[in-house]
Design a protein around this ligand. Structure first.
Ligand SMILES: *Cc1c(COP(=O)(O)O)cnc(C)c1O
Length: 374
């Protein structure tokens, strides 16, 4: 078990015991039922936000204080705020799901809370009490529950923190803001699975040894945007990054981990080398596979071997995974010297059904992964 997995296995206080920590200081009326209904009838990713945002402030000496629910809206920031210059920011992504009986749930929030603090440590930022991380989600979802769509839609939750101290000196800032915002999202795939075409980049890297690849921080995404843009210009949907030391090992996509399933029944995923972000979806899939009797090998995954295995038809399917899309089949892998089709198979579909079934409450949650928000 990884450190994040052990942290995620710890029992969390019930949402009723944490609710109400974030005092509602909002004053706007919020959208009407009709307006919310129209939004939920036409969902896009990350464009519309709910009526409120949860917020917590940190000052040196005072620590985290003033948990509150504010009207969703623009922030007031000093132009010299440290985050705008040196990029101290970390974030998380998780979803709230509406079950058939109307109850609202989320998936392994303890994992996200632990990862948030691991990211914060790497970026020299203060950690937050996991109860506050969780409390922000509970109070926001309870206030804006009308925005949680029917399945397969969900309310995407984005807790994040940034340095707000007005100071241009280069050191860890002394002031921070923590916020959780929420955006209703539809099913990632509206017409069944659509395999994605992946560009394997041999020019750019998203992370290096001793860097911040293991932290969920904005700078890693900033570094991935130009390669992502160039891949899009070539007609590819996503970039797969190689390790920056040898340029030979498959690491991950800009925001998703990768699995390879072989015709002999075995499965492999790149080992956590320190430059790969440890996905909660990756972790859940490792567990689901183990319970099917498949212990996925967490190993360095050379691109050359992968191409050889594809050519010899030893690979059954390759898929990417992350909270937003859950599981995505990869249909094509190309780089400057190769361009190959990847077969699609049943494992991707089965894992997708299993995970989304647990999240939807239609499959038994034997792992205790689901957490009731309301
Ligand atoms: C968030 C993220 C993932 C996926 O993590 P999940 O917890 O499964 O959503 C993978 N790679 C990177 C770089 C990420 O930022």
């Amino acid at each position: 078990m990884s450190a994040l997995e052990s942290a995620a296995a710890r029992e969390l206080p019930a949402s009723d015991d944490l609710a109400g920590t974030f005092t509602d200081v909002s004053s706007a009326a919020g959208r009407s039922q009709e307006e919310i209904g129209a939004i939920l009838a036409d969902l896009h990713f990350g464009t519309i936000f709910t009526d409120h945002m949860a917020r917590l402030t940190y000052r040196e000496g005072e620590g985290w204080h003033n948990p509150r629910l504010e009207d969703y809206g623009p922030l007031s920031l000093d132009p010299s705020a440290a985050v705008l210059h040196y990029g101290q920011e970390v974030f998380e992504g998780l979803k709230a799901y509406r079950h058939a009986d109307g109850s609202l749930w989320t998936f392994r929030p303890g994992y996200n809370a632990a990862r948030f603090n691991a990211s914060a440590r790497r970026m020299a930022m203060p950690e937050i009490d996991p109860r506050d991380f969780l409390g922000s989600i509970i109070d926001l979802v309870r206030a804006d529950g009308a925005y949680v769509p029917q399945l397969p839609g969900a309310l995407y939750l984005r807790p994040y923190m940034f340095s707000s101290e007005p100071f241009l000196g280069v050191r860890a800032a002394r002031d921070y803001e923590f916020l959780t915002i929420a955006s209703p999202v539809g099913a990632y795939f509206t017409h069944g699975f659509q395999p994605v075409d992946i560009w394997v980049d041999d020019v750019y890297h998203r992370a290096g040894p001793g860097g911040t690849g293991e932290a969920k921080t904005s700078g890693n995404y900033a570094a991935s945007l130009l390669p992502q843009q160039e891949a899009a210009e070539r007609g590819f949907e996503q970039v797969c990054f190689l390790d920056s030391t040898t340029g030979t090992l498959i690491e991950e996509l800009g925001g998703m981990n990768v699995f390879v399933s072989y015709r002999d029944g075995s499965v492999a995923t790149p080992a956590l080398s320190g430059t790969i972000l440890e996905g909660g979806t990756r972790s859940a899939i490792l567990r689901l596979l183990a319970d099917r009797g498949v212990v996925a090998r967490e190993v360095p995954l050379p691109l050359a071997q992968l191409l050889k295995d594809l050519k010899a038809d030893r690979i059954a399917e390759i898929f990417a995974c992350g909270t937003a899309a859950v599981v995505t089949p990869i249909g094509r892998l190309a780089g400057r010297e190769f361009d190959v089709q990847v077969p699609t198979g049943e494992l991707t579909v089965e894992l997708f059904d299993e995970l989304t079934g647990i999240q939807a409450g239609t499959r038994e949650d034997t792992y205790g992964w689901m957490y009731r928000l309301s």
